[in-house]
Design a protein around this ligand. Sequence first.
Ligand SMILES: CC(C)(COP(=O)(O)OP(=O)(O)OC[C@H]1O[C@@H](n2cnc3c(N)ncnc32)[C@H](O)[C@@H]1OP(=O)(O)O)[C@@H](O)C(=O)NCCC(=O)NCCS
Length: 195
Amino acid sequence: MQPETTAIKIDAPTTNDAAQIWQLVRETVVLDANSAYLYLLLCRDFSGSCLVARQDGRVVGFVTGYRLPRDSSVLFIWQIGVDSGLKRQGVGLRLLRELIERNAKSLTAIEATISPSNTASRRLFEALAREIGVPMVEAPDCGFNEEDFPAGDHEAEPRIRIGAINHKLKFRESANKKAHLTAQSVSSKRISRKD
Ligand SMILES: CC(C)(COP(=O)(O)OP(=O)(O)OC[C@H]1O[C@@H](n2cnc3c(N)ncnc32)[C@H](O)[C@@H]1OP(=O)(O)O)[C@@H](O)C(=O)NCCC(=O)NCCS
């Protein structure tokens, strides 16, 4: 008999999650390892634009982001990571969908940067754009070049934009439903904006 998979719950983070997010970032290897203090700040001061996925109380995924100070209708997604044992099971896409759903009010676009070698990241954001039903475009002059980082330290981080998102935003039925993980999923929900 197969062991039952415990449902994954998505929640806004609290400062109690910061150390586990920091640890998960380190375990992904590809993500920039920032200080633990930074994740404490994010969990406390930016919890409205960050989420964690918990399984049995353990953080198994997270996404961090913020509204652009110069245009608060744009949600910048900074880092997203999923426990290596749970990849390709819909957790990453679910985190993004839920984040957008919670931030839907006045949202016009989503932005992120994607290093050229990070195929998983690119495919994930492409899947998100497909689900929303809007294009994902490159924003050529808005990313970061290799020279912007300390020498030899980092790939370029070209910026992408997903939009325009308008008041009719709703997710398409997900082609990515993973039944055993999404018992409490938002996968068939529609985003409806009240503004
Ligand atoms: C990127 C990452 C968050 C994706 O999370 P995930 O939970 O595995 O993604 P999902 O299962 O929700 O995938 C949704 C869709 O994205 C695409 N995708 C995700 N990972 C992919 C991969 N490795 N290769 C190709 N496509 C991929 C697929 O279209 C997938 O749908 P499918 O499985 O039905 O084909 C995860 O691979 C990760 O933690 N990587 C390390 C950290 C990182 O690179 N983060 C992104 C930069 S901030």
